[in-house]
Design a protein around this ligand. Sequence first.
Ligand code: NAI
Ligand code: MG
Length: 334
Amino acid sequence: MSKTITVIPGDGIGPDIIESVTAILDKAGCGFNYEYADAGLVALEKHGELLPESTLEAIARNGITLKGPLTTPVGGGFTSINVTLRKQFGLYANVRPVVSFKGTKARYEDIDIITIRENTEGMYSGLGQTTKDDGSEAEAVSRVTRVGCERIVRFAFETARRENRQKVTAVHKANILKTTSGMFLAVAREIAKEYEDIQFEEMIVDAACMKLVMNPENFDVIVTTNLFGDILSDLCAGLVGGLGMAPGANIGADCAIFEAVHGSAPDIAGKNLANPSSIILAAVQMLEHLEMQDKAANIISALRDVIESGDRTTADLGGSHGTTEFTQAIIERL
Ligand code: NAI
Ligand code: MG
C-alpha cells in the first residue's frame, strides 16, 4: 500500500512550490498519496484559525508532513505556527543541510554542512516577563535539560554515522553561559566518547561564525542549542546562495515535518517566479528519512543538473524562467 503524507501548501508562493514538488515526487515514482491540509493565512480565511484541529489530526495520523511557508499575521497576538507545531509534536531536532551547487550566486563551491539545532528548549522556551510595571526592564529565561541535550547530541552523532560523516562540531558559549551552555557542552563531551569512529570538535559560537565564513569547508555536522542553531543555520544557507536553496526538517519521536525554510514571499506570490529548490531539497530529506535513498538521489541529481547547466532556471538563480519551466526541466531528467 502506498504511503500517505500530509501536504500543507501554505501561503504566498507555497501553493506554487508545492505543486512543483509533488509533480517531481510523482514523476520520480515515489507513489505517495497526499492528504492536503490548511494552515496559515489561508486557514484563517477558510476555517477561522491559523492551525485548524483537522490539520493537527492529519499531521499526527500520517506522521510525515511536507509543508510550504506560512504567513503568521503581525499583531493580533498570534503565536508563530511553526513554534506551535514544534511544541505540539515534540519536534526536538531541526536538521538544516546546505550543499553547494555550481551556477548559483553562492561565494563558495565545496560546502556540505548539516546544522542540527535543538528545537524545543533554550532561549526559545518562551519563559520570561517584563519585570517593571513601566516596561523599562525585561528578562527571558533559557532552560535546558540534560535529557534534551543528550537527545540532540545523540541525534547528531547518529546522523553523522548514518551519512558517513567525519566530524561533529558542538557549538556553545560555555565560557559565559556556564549553567546552560555548560551543561550542553559537558553532555556533548560525554556522548562523543561513545562514537569513537567520529571526530569530535567543540567551538565557541562567535569563533564558529568567523570560521564558517572564512573556511566553511572545514565543517561537517554542527550540533548546537536553539538560539545559536537558528542563527548559524541561516548563516550556512547564505554560504550556498541563500534561503531559496535551504531545506529544513523538524524531527520528533513520532512525527516529522519537512519544509522550505524561506517565507511566503508575498512580493512574488502567484507570479510563477518562485524557486522551488528549497522545498524540493526538503522532499529529498523526507525521502531519506523514509529510507527511499534511490528516489532521493535521482531527484537531487536532476535538480543539480538543471541548476548547474542553467537550463530553465529561475531569476534568483540568474535565469529567466518560471517555477513551472524550472520544474519541467527537472521532470524531463527523471
Ligand atoms: P521571505 O523568505 O518570504 O522573502 C524574503 C525575500 O526572498 C523576498 O524578496 C522573496 O521574494 C525572496 N524569496 C523567498 N523565497 C523565495 C523563493 N523560493 N524563490 C525566489 N525568491 C524567494 O521572507 P519575508 O518577506 O521576511 O517573510 C514573508 C512572510 O513569510 C512573513 O509573513 C513571515 O512570517 C513568513 N515566514 C514564514 C516562514 C515559514 O513558514 N517557514 C519562514 C520565514 C518567514
Ligand atoms: Mg530562523
